[in-house]
Structure formats: structure tokens, C-alpha cells
Design a protein around this ligand. Structure first.
Ligand code: F3S
Length: 304
């Protein structure tokens, strides 16, 4: 019999749920709604919103010519400059930046404002990191206000004036262990360092649960958008512990035949995966176990 365990922390985190709810609420209020970039990395949700008339804006200039409406900033947040630009065309603005990301914006603004060099541990091309960069003020000693570091080589190569005061923050979805390793490398350089662990608990908890579940499973299903970096990380964690780990976006990507030989299957999902997709996969997998049970009964009967 197939034993299926769904991670309790699978799916929407608090910040993403809040942002998505804000968009649906605004649609229900009858406003013309624009989101700056897709509200989450999930094609199903984005296309459902598109059907309800929500338009994704890629360039703030587009707002100039669009009918009056509401522009919603997604949970990743944006730079200060961009926020001002988005607010400048007369539309109502709703800032759905996750409060945990907002906290980083406030910290880097304050610390860089008092002359500290900001080190952001994360992926420079991720919109959240781009947003954080945009809250750093450029008044530190050497004229540059921030450095983004993603790996050991970059941490080792860091070369700032020895008396530079440094504040280290992290992209909220960064791996905790990797963050600690990079902070350790930087700490050895002898700078005056202030570390703010801004990794979100939702990510940490989801990663820990995925790791534990993968360890005790014959197969793991990780559900999430292909563009979602936190889902990719979940997949990497699970794959290390469980060879038979499958990365799917939705139910149709799953080949149920591959699950014939498994007994314990774990399911987890990235922060932007809606609950209905997780439920759908769970339900179908459960039906599968029912089929298998029937087959096994048949075998018993024949043997008798
Ligand atoms: Fe916020 Fe954490 Fe989610 S930072 S958007 S609650 S992953």
C-alpha cells in the first residue's frame, strides 16, 4: 500500500498568500488591477488572474497610458526608486511586499545610511535582491554601498578597506547552511561585522521538513514553477536524500507508472504553489494506492 505524506509546510508561505489575496480582493472590489511582474511564479495562478482582467506590467512606463486602476507590488518587493516611479502615474498603489522583505529594506537603508557597507548574500539577478540593492544608500567610505555574494569564491574574493564597517543580510530564501558558511569566510577577514540573519523561517521550516521527509521516503514529489528558486532549492535538498525525486509543475507532469515500485512517497511544494495543485496530486496518488491495493488482493486470491 502506498503511504503518502504531504509536508505541512508545503505551498504558499504567509507573504505570498498575503500578496495573492490582496490581488484577488482588489479584483473583487471591481478595480482595474495591474501587478508589477507576475504576482507569483505560478503559471496557473497568473493565468487565472489574467482571465479576471489582471494585467502584468513589465515596465512602469506602461502605467502612463493605462486606465486608472490599482498597481500591486508583489511580495519580493522593489527598489525605492521603482516604488516612487510606480506611484507617480496617479494609480492607487498597494504594496504587497512581504513584511519580512520590508524589514530588510529598512535595515539596509538605515545601516548604509550610517556608512556601513551592505553585503547581501543571495542571487544578484533575483528580483528580491534587486529590490534590496535599491534601498542601499551610497555614502559608505569607498563610494560603493553594497556587494552581493552568492558563493564561496565570491566570499573569499571580498576585498574591502580593513576598517570598513559591514552589515550582512540575506535573501529571504537563501539556504541557511550556505549562509552560515559564507558568513564564516567573511568573518575571518577581520572586518567589523554586523550580521542580520534575514532568512525567512517559512523557507527554513519548509527545507527542514523536506529534508526529513525525503530521508524517510522512497520517492519525493516536489511541486512548483520552473522559475521558482525556492522550489529548485527544495528539489536539490530532496534529491540529495532521496534519489527518486521528481520536480513537477502540475499533476500532468507526473508519470504515475514510475511510482509502481515505491511504498513511501513524500510530497512537498514551493512557496508559490497553490494548495489546490498540492491537493490534486495528493488525491490522485491516494487513488493510485487504492488501485494497487486492489491489485494486491487479486494476487492473494490467485495464490489461494
Ligand atoms: Fe515572506 Fe518568507 Fe514568504 S519572506 S514572501 S513569508 S518566504
Amino acid at each position: 500500500l502506498l503511504n503518502i505524506n504531504v509536508a505541512k509546510t508545503a505551498g504558499f508561505c504567509f507573504g505570498v498568500k498575503r500578496a495573492v489575496d490582496l490581488v484577488y480582493n482588489e479584483v473583487q472590489n471591481g478595480s482595474k488591477v495591474y501587478t508589477y511582474g507576475p504576482i507569483i511564479h505560478n503559471e496557473e495562478v497568473v493565468s487565472d488572474l489574467a482571465n479576471k482582467g489582471v494585467k502584468v506590467i513589465e515596465d512602469p512606463e506602461e502605467l502612463k497610458t493605462l486606465p486608472a486602476g490599482t498597481i500591486i507590488i508583489r511580495s519580493h518587493g522593489v527598489s525605492k526608486e521603482l516604488q516612487e516611479k510606480l506611484s507617480s502615474y496617479g494609480h492607487k498603489i498597494i504594496d504587497a511586499t512581504c513584511p519580512y522583505v520590508k524589514k530588510i529594506h529598512r535595515a539596509v537603508s538605515e545601516k548604509s545610511g550610517s556608512g556601513q557597507h551592505i553585503i547581501i548574500i543571495g542571487n544578484q539577478s533575483h528580483p528580491e535582491v534587486q529590490g534590496i540593492i535599491g534601498w542601499c544608500q551610497t555614502i559608505s567610505q569607498d563610494g560603493t554601498s553594497y556587494t552581493v555574494i552568492e558563493n564561496e569564491e565570491e566570499a573569499k574574493a571580498l576585498n574591502l578597506p580593513q576598517d570598513e564597517k559591514i552589515c550582512i543580510v540575506s535573501q529571504t530564501t537563501f539556504n541557511y547552511k550556505k549562509f552560515q558558511d559564507l558568513v564564516e569566510i567573511i568573518s575571518k577577514k577581520g572586518y567589523d561585522i554586523f550580521v542580520l540573519n534575514t532568512i525567512c523561517n517559512a523557507t527554513e521550516e519548509r527545507q527542514t521538513e523536506a529534508y526529513q521527509l525525503a530521508k524517510q521516503s522512497d520517492a519525493m514529489i516536489v511541486i512548483g514553477g520552473k522559475q521558482s528558486s525556492n522550489t529548485r532549492k527544495l528539489y536539490d535538498i530532496c534529491k540529495k536524500e532521496c534519489e527518486n525525486t521528481y520536480y513537477i509543475q502540475q499533476l500532468k507532469d507526473l508519470d504515475l507508472n514510475e511510482f509502481k515500485s515505491y511504498r513511501n512517497v513524500g510530497i512537498t511544494a514551493g512557496a508559490s504553489t497553490p494548495n489546490n495543485i498540492i491537493k490534486e496530486v495528493h488525491t490522485v496518488m491516494s487513488e493510485k494506492s487504492f488501485e494497487q491495493l486492489l491489485e494486491e488482493e487479486k494476487v492473494v486470491k490467485i495464490n489461494n
